[in-house]
Design a protein around this ligand. Sequence first.
Ligand code: G6P
Length: 608
Amino acid sequence: MCGIVGILGQQDVASSLVDALKRLEYRGYDSAGIATVNAGALDRRRAEGKLRNLEEKLKLTPLHGTSGIGHTRWATHGRPVERNAHPHATDRVSVVHNGIIENFRELREELEATGVVFESDTDTEVVAQLLTQTLGHINDPVKAVEAVLPRLRGAFALGMLFAGEDDLLIGARQGAPLAIGYGEGEMYLGSDALALAPFTDQISYLDDGDWVVLTRKGASIFDAANKPVKRAKVHSAAGAYSIDKGNHRHFMMKEIHEQPEVVGRTLAHYLDMRQGEVALPDGCKVDFSQVDRLTIAACGTAFYSGLVAKYWFERFARLNVDIDIASEFRYREAPLTDKGLALFISQSGETADTLAALRYAKAEGLKVLAVVNVPTSTIARESDYQAPTLAGPEIGVASTKAFTCQMTVLACLAIAAGRQRGVLSREDEKRLIGELMAVPALMAQALKQAGAVKKLAHDLSRVKDVLFLGRGTSYPMALEGALKLKELSYIHAEGYAAGELKHGPIALIDEDMPVIVIAPRDNIYEKTISNMHEVAARGGRIILITDQQGIEEADMPDAATIAMQAMPSDFAAIVYAVPIQFLSYYAAVALGTDVDQPRNLAKSVTVE
Ligand code: G6P
């Protein structure tokens, strides 16, 4: 995790470094720091906590220098205190790092045995110390980096700055993303193109194993064997996106409200609306008729979109689906068949566990399809087929619009699979497409429930535990509802398949336990409602999410309700995501937690 940036500029770079870090804060935000070369000497400022603490510090003690590096941290080794914040430095070198140096203990012991004294608990400091020691023998920064890189194991991206070298910035990439930005007499390095968007739209992405020597004149890139290589310069569209909250208090609220638009945009990319059929775009023209098993893996909220999709692929395409959390999938030695297709879902396209699962599936000979929101990401680039979600940059750490766009893309893929496999007739497909096309408008209606949900969320913010229940595609939505509430409000919550309640969790029910029942009127609505009555009979407080007719049929006057529009049930999960997101959002606001940057989390999880 963590975000890194580097600039070789024409003027003082401190404020530009901080601007870039603001755009990288989604990658971690427990401490931050910058370093520059000023009159040949390295200097740095670091601060514990959010970036604004670093800004305050810089106001009091500004940092000058036209070349610099910056870092925003999600702690892996060492508590998030200033001493462990990056850049890590000696008098000769300053280093920022994203990822983990797996053999750092070994290297640290080796260095300590020669008398080196470490000032932090981090894995990163070994890079600074190792480079410093190497510079003692080889007084050439480029040669020193070349000598040190092969000694580092793990997944990392590095930015390195050297004392006495005002026109030199070295970067290295192994398993964590790193982009180079080209300016007019200026050069940049960053964890993603978004960080560099205010400065340049000319970007090259390093491949795994690459390292790069930047001067203000340009970039010299080398591969893992130290051979000079060229990496294509591409135009980045990241600058087209404004990274602000608009009229909203939080990015999360802005992103919740963007959903009708971005889901609509995503649908337009996958559907021939006039013909009423899926038209898979170039890059993801998968032939599902040749696939005998779909293996899905993802993490977090993306995993729940995959769980919803399992129901769709099985129902619409009669395709066998295996699904697993990416960190489990890669180690459980799942037997995979030649005719299998592996499907990975990721907003960032950089999640380490998902990427590792992808590489495992590829090594086993499977074709790989990825549903990703960042088209230039590693997962997108390493896949055989890319199915983009057109959500635009998602800044709130808790995924909202990326999640509903993932489900939208997966619905289109499942319908395409159904047609190709001869399961869906032309009429079936037209009907399903009609239902999908209604989703953005239904989401816009659901947004109007904000006020009603806010009141319920306020009550919810006073409890310690919450249960979410659902069946069918509402079961993954119950899991997602519980995850959202946990991560945003720190209230303990669990999602359960409603039918499973009686096998244990019903023991938890008492009058203090709110139970949120997600029950669109589908073929199992009545069964869900029976489960709800079992809860109520034991004193549980119910919050029922269904449509008006569903509320009436449930016949439970004491229940609190969120009334949705009536809709066909096939894709109700996408629409019902909205009140679930509101519940956790408003509970978090009532509790005063940090909605966009909840404690201990990061948006892009690039460590295993
Ligand atoms: C983190 C984020 C989640 C996200 C998950 C997977 O935990 O906080 O919102 O769902 O990572 O990330 P990905 O980028 O692979 O979708």
